[in-house]
Design a protein around this ligand. Structure first.
Ligand SMILES: C[S@@+](CC[C@H](N)C(=O)[O-])C[C@H]1O[C@@H](n2cnc3c(N)ncnc32)[C@H](O)[C@@H]1O
Length: 490
């Protein structure tokens, strides 16, 4: 691989004797990884059902390497939001931020959601997950991933952090700044990034980073934690940005981290500094670990800085239609009636503890439950993804060894005539699923199971091997596929 000369010269100077080893790593193939969605299953559970061989990534509990020849994104499990395809080193920033249930969490530069989806999973539906990206088009991809993952407490926005800080001063318990950067750590994975590097250079990104990190610092609560990360090697964008923060905001410290073998330390001397705490930063080197180049640092804001009080979000009482009420009653979710919101016939369930958001560019506030139309309620795709199979009564479970799961994802009509078994209760259902798993002869040709309580005009939660994919509606004309057309499998 031919690297830009200016980049090579700088790395040679920084790395000295290590440089040749670093350079040789560019002859190796980049490592492919996936991260399991803990909102749906654990890493251990996934290891049993994984569609391809996997190996654990040492710095996470739910990240795995897979061989790049496989295509896990082409499996129905991917469309059930069971995992996110992510470069292994990129899993470190979210792994490092210790999110507690009930926290208010901000991901400042979030698109397309590789880290927001993990932070949201750590929150497990509690608190608030605010995911922002200045680019509106990228924020749309972010929203899809948030909904695919089944996040129940999202606020997805597209704002300049300079504006965000007006709404959220000292509001967040935890913040991630996965900053835009010159991308030197990604040259091996995506050589096209070298062109961008040559065009913009380090200084352009460093100016952006310095701006963003100060706004983020002002949005962090006293006593809160912030992770700053980049996928580049240049000292200015890394230790340099952290020094800039320490010089411009009081009360921040660089926290020491327990690190797995192979993860390197920060280099204050590379920016002419003798601040020892900068050594607590983590540098991820492609010649030291199985992953691409990254920089990650955990920062703490002292608890001694003042606090701000907020006027809360102006909730208005929503009168649910009889149909909506009837549908929501079927879900095993304990809704707080004060947190519903109706906008243009769309019903949402909002996170707790929000401030006033008037004027923000919002792509999604809360869990979109469905459309409350005259005489009917239509549940949303986002709701299907946010449910567990045990949360709802009428189930159409398709086995992943049948072609019907892909047919469903392609929005095709399902022919339910032959290879489906119908049952009336969970016990029967569980016995049939266990028989299929055990490879019992009489279940061999079975494509799926229908668990039903009502017959006509009923919404069925369509699952693959027990993990929700979307909705189907049963009526006189049979089972109608209601998978979201915009998400159709291509
Ligand atoms: C490294 S990427 C983020 C990747 C993301 N965290 C993930 O894991 O999927 C940096 C992002 O920062 C966004 N960005 C650039 N300038 C920004 C700014 N001033 N404020 C917020 N986001 C910005 C870019 O649109 C880009 O999506």
């Amino acid at each position: 691989m031919v690297l830009p000369k200016k980049f090579e010269d700088r790395m040679k100077e920084l790395l000295g004797e290590e440089f040749n080893e670093f350079l040789h790593s560019y002859n190796d193939k980049y490592k492919t990884g996936l991260r399991v969605n803990r909102l749906k299953l654990t890493g251990e559970d996934f290891a049993v059902i994984s569609p391809c061989p996997i190996e654990p990534i040492p710095w996470t509990t739910n990240g795995f390497y897979y061989d790049g020849k496989n295509q896990p994104a082409k499996h129905p499990y991917y469309h059930a939001g069971l995992y996110y395809i992510q470069e292994p080193s990129a899993m470190l920033p979210a792994a490092l931020l210790q999110v507690e249930p009930g926290d208010k969490v901000l991901d400042v530069c979030a698109a397309p959601g590789g880290k927001s989806t993990e932070l949201a999973a750590k929150l497990g539906g509690t608190g608030v997950m605010v995911s922002n990206d200045i680019s509106n088009s990228r924020a749309k991809a972010l929203l899809k991933n948030i909904e695919l993952f089944g996040v129940r407490n999202p606020l997805v926005i597209s704002e300049d952090p300079a504006n965000l800080v007006k709404y959220f001063p000292e509001y967040f318990d935890k913040i991630l700044v996965d900053a835009p950067c010159s991308g030197e750590g990604m040259f091996r994975k995506d050589p096209a990034i070298m062109k961008n590097w040559e065009q913009y250079g380090v200084e352009y990104y460093n100016n952006l980073q310095k701006n963003i990190i100060l706004y983020a610092a002002d949005m962090l609560k006293p006593g809160g934690y912030m992770v700053y990360s980049t996928c580049t090697f240049s000292p200015e964008e890394n230790e340099g940005t952290i020094r800039y923060l320490l010089e411009n905001r009081e009360g921040f410290t660089v926290e020491p981290i327990e690190r797995v073998e192979g993860l390197g330390y920060g280099h204050p001397e590379w920016i002419g500094s003798d601040d020892e705490q900068l050594k607590n930063c983590i540098r991820v080197w492609p010649h030291k670990v199985e992953g691409e180049g990254h920089f990650v640092v955990l920062l703490k804001k002292s608890a001694d800085v003042g606090t701000i009080s907020y006027t809360g979000y102006p909730f208005k009482k929503v009168d649910l239609s009889a149909e909506a009420e009837d549908f929501l009653k079927q879900l095993d979710i304990d809704f707080d009636p004060d947190r519903f919101e109706l906008r243009d016939e769309r019903l949402y369930y909002l996170p707790k503890g929000l401030p006033n958001l008037k004027g923000l560019r919002i792509l999604r506030l809360g869990l979109y439950l469905g459309d409350m139309k005259k005489n009917r309620f239509e549940p949303s795709q986002a709701l299907a993804n946010a449910l567990k199979i045990s949360d709802y009564t009428n189930i159409l479970n398709i086995f992943s060894d049948s072609k019907d799961a892909v047919k469903y994802l392609k929005c095709e009509t399902l022919d339910m005539s032959e290879n489906y078994i119908t049952c009336k209760n969970r016990e029967e259902y569980d016995i049939l699923v266990a028989a299929k798993k055990a490879g019992k002869e009489d279940m061999k040709n079975c494509s799926g199971i229908l668990l039903e309580k009502k017959k006509k005009n009923t919404w069925f939660l369509v699952c693959v091997d027990g993990y929700p994919l979307g909705w189907a509606k049963y009526s006189n004309n049979g089972m109608k596929n209601k998978y979201l057309a915009g998400w159709r499998w291509m």
